[in-house]
Ligand binder design. Sequence first.
Ligand SMILES: Cc1cc2nc3c(=O)[nH]c(=O)nc-3n(C[C@H](O)[C@H](O)[C@H](O)COP(=O)(O)OP(=O)(O)OC[C@H]3O[C@@H](n4cnc5c(N)ncnc54)[C@H](O)[C@@H]3O)c2cc1C
Length: 281
Amino acid sequence: MKLCEFIRPSTLAEARKALRALGPKGMPLAGGTALHFMQGKAPVAAVDITRLGLSYIKQKGAFFEIGAATPLSDIQRYRGPRWAMHEICRRISTHQVRNVSTIGGNIARVFPWADLPVVLLAMNARMVIYSGKEKEMGADEYFSSQPARLFRDGELLTAVKIPVLKAHHGFGSVKASRNAAAFSLVTVAALLELDGAVIKSARVAAGSGIPFPQRLKAAEAALVGKEARAEVFRAAAAAGGGAAKWTGGEGMSADYIRRLAEVSIFDSLERAAEFARGRAE
Ligand SMILES: Cc1cc2nc3c(=O)[nH]c(=O)nc-3n(C[C@H](O)[C@H](O)[C@H](O)COP(=O)(O)OP(=O)(O)OC[C@H]3O[C@@H](n4cnc5c(N)ncnc54)[C@H](O)[C@@H]3O)c2cc1C
């Protein structure tokens, strides 16, 4: 990536105007930590989006709203009622990387190791996109393919809205990696809605170890209407593991990654059920 210009707007409208004037040469820049991973020799003009008032977390009705330029370390430190985002954020890379990387940068261009798309898919989050006016997009549509496609004409991701978990909802996530700072081998996240002992609805998502984050609908189907207990979670983990196309890497076979995924699905379901029962927030 060859940065040849750096523009520092102070309002959203100015940032959009600059990006539209620059055309394909312009690029929004948040923490800048992904530049290192982006190939290409064409000159790029960076439009800094860290001074547009997009760094905040607030509870607004049934949602937590996180500004797109909020660093992961702020999300890690934040606490709100039945807040679950801190767990995954504290597992992403190092303090230094988390202090600079933003939630928007993590999900506007999804790299194979990105953890937050998995969590936001499971949580059924909503993304807010600014193109002169704001529009919202649900996680299933937003992550249906590389989201960078949505930001080609000066559009910007401005916020992420995460539903506040209700009393009978539980969330769990697992990031399996070689060591604390390593990229994920498998990331899994699960949201369960319980009706007494029975699972009323389930969203299970995975990333890393597969080409792009996705929901594991076979695992979800194996959960709904069943009791939230270990045998059911084991069957759902096998269904989810069997349905996705896992890829090997870092000296590990695809079959090993599938098994790791199955253990991770099981663990995230157990955590989600405990959370829903109020034992692990
Ligand atoms: C050593 C290292 C290890 C890492 N490990 C992990 C890990 O294990 N798991 C993980 O999830 N992440 C990890 N990351 C972070 C991740 O890879 C990205 O670097 C980071 O999330 C990007 O955030 P940023 O704010 O720096 O984005 P930037 O680098 O500024 O931007 C990234 C991309 O998103 C676009 N963009 C940014 N914000 C917006 C916006 N609001 N609207 C539209 N487009 C936007 C930019 O144009 C660019 O294309 C790691 C990073 C490093 C350096």
